[in-house]
Design a protein around this ligand. Structure first.
Ligand code: HEC
Ligand code: HEC
Ligand code: HEC
Ligand code: HEC
Ligand code: HEC
Length: 264
């Protein structure tokens, strides 16, 4: 997760594992355990830096990061690559991982500063709500981090089992009764994303993210949702209902396109 606004199979356990994995990373395999990756038809990133080339054969989670990243929005349309987040030297393999070139391994607080440096608006939104914590201090995992809701390597391409609602429930007992309107919103968001993911699985070109004629509508809904969820101020039901209705309509439209193209 990524943890990330990815909608994952609904089991608290699954979300727990995913969160733990993202936050704490896996222990990296030591170099001598790394066998060359078997040939695979998994996607590879557009930009073939030394980070990408070497990690492709480094094995296990060192390689998995590369394939997962390859279909993320950062790879597909943002021109972001490994060293934009992790730092490191892309010219000299021997110095790829050195502090001298600002390499960030898995240090989460350093990663969050990177997210912030490119996404100042979203950072400010989050900082204005109840999930804000003093970033000058030690990482505070009582609060949801960018990667809990968005993932890290799979940003914009959440696994089918990701669920935003489950992310909220993980920390908020009685979420659905206590924050009824926000819960309606996160449920509708999960359902809309399920429809998008299903549609995407039938597409050959990963750059095509949603049906062309629904692009505007999706972007519009995401903008409205983004700010509401980042700020997490319990909104009034009457502010939420129209947005939830729009999401439901959109999910239905996306499913209709999916079914139509499956029949073709
Ligand atoms: C958008 C920022 C971002 C980009 C781009 C990115 N990473 Fe990461 N990466 C992270 C974060 C965040 C973590 C998790 C750190 C933690 O768990 O504490 C991570 C963790 C890792 C890990 C540790 C194992 C794991 O999967 O958790 C490896 C290896 C890794 N990244 C390699 C790469 C490679 C190779 C690329 C380029 C193909 C890449 N990363 C691109 C943010 C990024
Ligand atoms: C010559 C091969 C090679 C190159 C080039 C390379 N890596 Fe690695 N990388 C590895 C291996 C092997 C490991 C695991 C052992 C280790 O930590 O050194 C690793 C580990 C990592 C980790 C996990 C570190 C941790 O603390 O768990 C990250 C993140 C990472 N590399 C990112 C990058 C980035 C970003 C670049 C490009 C600037 C890069 N790598 C270039 C082979 C490489
Ligand atoms: C070097 C700059 C850079 C860094 C670092 C970066 N991003 Fe991004 N990110 C972008 C750009 C540019 C886009 C816009 C892509 C687009 O919409 O085509 C983007 C898009 C996104 C999106 C929108 C996803 C979607 O489906 O449209 C999310 C969410 C996001 N980033 C989260 C993060 C998080 C979380 C981190 C840190 C782990 C991060 N970003 C680090 C540049 C960056
Ligand atoms: C990692 C744990 C964590 C996650 C995940 C999380 N929260 Fe929170 N949330 C908190 C904490 C801690 C507070 C502050 C509680 C306090 O100050 O008493 C909070 C406060 C809130 C508040 C304000 C509470 C109030 O009484 O006004 C809302 C609303 C809220 N969260 C909504 C959400 C939503 C929606 C999600 C999912 C998208 C979510 N939270 C995910 C930990 C979390
Ligand atoms: C509690 C969950 C949560 C956290 C924490 C969170 N986001 Fe988001 N974010 C969302 C939701 C929900 C959306 C909008 C819905 C969608 O993408 O479909 C969103 C949307 C976005 C977008 C899309 C562009 C837009 O319209 O705003 C970006 C970029 C983004 N978030 C970056 C970040 C960054 C950077 C952080 C950390 C500073 C962060 N988010 C923390 C839930 C979260």
């Amino acid at each position: 997760m990524r943890t990330r606004l990815w909608l994952f199979v609904s089991s608290l356990l699954a979300v727990g594992l995913v969160t733990a994995e993202i936050r704490y990373g896996g222990q990296s395999a030591s170099a001598d355990e790394n066998k060359p990756a078997p040939p695979s038809d998994k996607p590879v990133p557009q930009e073939q830096t030394n980070c990408v080339r070497c990690h492709l054969t480094a094995g296990r989670e060192l390689t998995e990061a590369v394939h997962t990243f390859a279909h993320s929005v950062h790879d597909i349309s943002a021109g972001v690559t490994c060293h934009d987040c992790h730092g490191g030297n892309t010219m000299d393999d021997a110095k790829a991982h050195t502090a001298e070139f600002d390499f960030i391994g898995t240090k989460m607080s350093a990663h969050l500063a990177k997210c912030q440096s490119c996404h100042e608006d979203q950072h400010k939104e989050l900082a204005s709500g109840p999930h804000a914590w003093d970033q000058q201090k030690k990482l505070n995992i009582r609060y949801p981090l960018c990667v809990d809701c968005h993932g890290n390597h799979d940003i914009g391409n959440p696994p089918a089992e990701f669920s935003l609602s489950l992310v909220c429930t993980e920390c908020h007992r009685g979420f659905k009764t206590k924050f009824e309107s926000l819960a309606m919103l996160t449920d509708a968001e999960d359902d809309m994303w399920n429809a998008i993911i299903q549609w995407r699985s039938g597409q050959k070109d990963p750059k095509v993210r949603v049906p062309a004629d629904l692009e505007e509508a999706v972007a519009d809904i995401r903008r409205s949702t983004s700010s509401l969820v980042h700020k997490s101020t319990p909104p009034k039901a009457e502010d939420i209902t129209p947005l939830v209705e729009k999401m439901k309509k959109l999910a239905t439209q996306i499913r209709a396109v999916t079914t139509a193209s499956a029949r073709r």
